[in-house]
Structures are given as C-alpha cells and as structure tokens.
Design a protein around this ligand. Structure first.
Ligand code: 3VV
Length: 179
C-alpha cells in the first residue's frame, strides 16, 4: 500500500474494505456509532490526513447520518476573520461524501446548494451534520447544517449525489452535461 492508497482499513469487523482498483475504494457500510470513518483517500482536500492544504476533516457516523467537529483557520480566510465561502462549501461537500459509508456505494456530487445564514468564523468550533433526506434510485438527496457552540445554525446545505460505478473514476473523457 502506498501513501496514495485510500485508507479504508479501519472499519469495524465484518465490514472489510473492498478495493476494486489500487487507488479507488468502494464504500462498505460502517455501523452507526462506530469510530472515525476513514478518509476518502490520503490526499483528499476535505479529509486527507496527508494534504497540508486540506481541512483534514474527521467524521463519525451517528444514528442520523454523520457529523464532524471542525475549526476553519487562517488558511481558509475570506473576509478578515471569516471563513471563505468556498472553503465552507468544500467541507460540506466532503462531509456529504461520508454519507457514502452509510449507503455502501460510490457516488459523486451532481448539485450542491448552500445557504450562508451567518458568518463562519475562523478559529471557532463548529459542529457539522449531514444526513440522507431521501433516496430515489441512484439519486441521493442530502442535507447538512453547520452549528456554532450555541446550537445556532449558521449554514445549511442540500446536495444531490448520483451513484456511479467504478468506471466513472476510470474514464478520462467525461462529456459535459447540458440541462
Ligand atoms: C483516479 C481518481 C481516484 C479517485 C478516487 C475517489 C474515490 C472516492 C469516491 C467517491 C468520492 C467521495 C468523495 C467525496 C468528495 C466530495 C464529492 C465530490 O467532490 S464529487 C466531485 C464533483 N462531482 C463531479 O465531478 C461529478 C460530475 N458530474 C458527472 O460526472 C455526471 O453529471 C454525473 C455522473 C453526476 C451524472 O451524470 P448522468 O448522466 O449519470 O446523470 P444526469 O442525467 O446528469 O442526472 C441523473 C438524474 O439526476 C437528475 N438531476 C440532475 N441534476 C439535478 C438537480 N440539480 N436537481 C434534481 N435532479 C437533478 C436528472 O434529471 C436525472 O434524473 P432522471 O434519472 O432522469 O430521473
């Protein structure tokens, strides 16, 4: 296993990872209440522990979906003292990606919408939560919130993830979609 190999080996017994390709993990279902979920891969911008520019998000599964505690820092500054909206979107997109451990299938973001209700401050603790609102075939409708320490929701997000097969990550010539 190289440094680039996804770390999918920290699941509970009975949910061993299954890697269809050397660097592309599948998403075995990890039980509710289990330990930290494994990062998508070591250099993932959202959660990769080996990405010095990343958020190194650590996510746990819970009864409703997944959650994480996170502080944005000076690397993520937008307006002074406030996290850049794109950085917030990155973290929420990645958090949604952890719901795949509750689905057990590969999926990618088709649509992401964010309501920035109040500034997300740097060096301030927040709790991020995400859950599956509905599943319609290969469409996963997802919802998330960011709360401050006073349980005030400062950000909400919705996303549509589309379940894909492994070929999605092996194809180098994706065609753009026009709606
Ligand atoms: C060597 C590399 C190794 C990598 C290893 C990775 C392993 C890890 C694996 C997993 C990662 C998890 C990590 C999480 C990280 C965060 C998540 C991301 O950053 S993901 C990246 C950003 N996203 C994309 O790059 C997708 C780009 N888009 C596409 O490739 C396609 O558009 C795709 C596959 C998503 C869908 O394409 P279609 O052709 O299959 O489907 P269509 O026709 O566009 O839509 C399907 C259905 O959805 C509806 N739909 C589309 N947009 C909608 C909308 N906005 N609202 C409601 N419905 C919508 C449509 O009406 C359609 O519905 P009807 O099937 O007809 O019922």
């Amino acid at each position: 296993m190289t440094e680039d190999t996804p770390r999918t080996g920290t699941h509970e017994p009975g949910s061993e990872p299954c890697e269809a390709e050397d660097s592309i993990p599948t998403f075995p279902v990890v039980a509710s209440g289990s330990a930290d979920l494994p990062p998508h891969h070591d250099h993932c911008l959202g959660c990769g522990p080996a990405n010095p520019h990343g958020h190194q998000l650590r996510v746990r599964r819970d009864a409703h979906g997944v959650h994480a505690h996170h502080r944005f820092d000076s690397r993520h500054v937008g307006a002074p003292t406030i996290a850049h909206g794109g950085a917030v979107a990155t973290v929420l997109d990645d958090l949604f990606g952890f719901l795949l451990y509750t689905v057990g299938e590969l999926a990618v973001t088709r649509h992401l919408a964010i309501d920035y209700l109040a500034p997300v401050l740097l060096d301030t603790p927040y709790t991020l939560r995400a859950h599956i609102h509905a599943r319609d075939g290969r469409k996963l409708h997802l919802r998330a919130t960011i709360e401050n320490d006073h349980a005030h929701v400062v950000t909400t997000a919705t996303a549509l993830f589309l379940i894909v097969d492994i070929d999605h990550f092996l194809t180098t010539t994706h065609q753009p979609h026009h709606r």
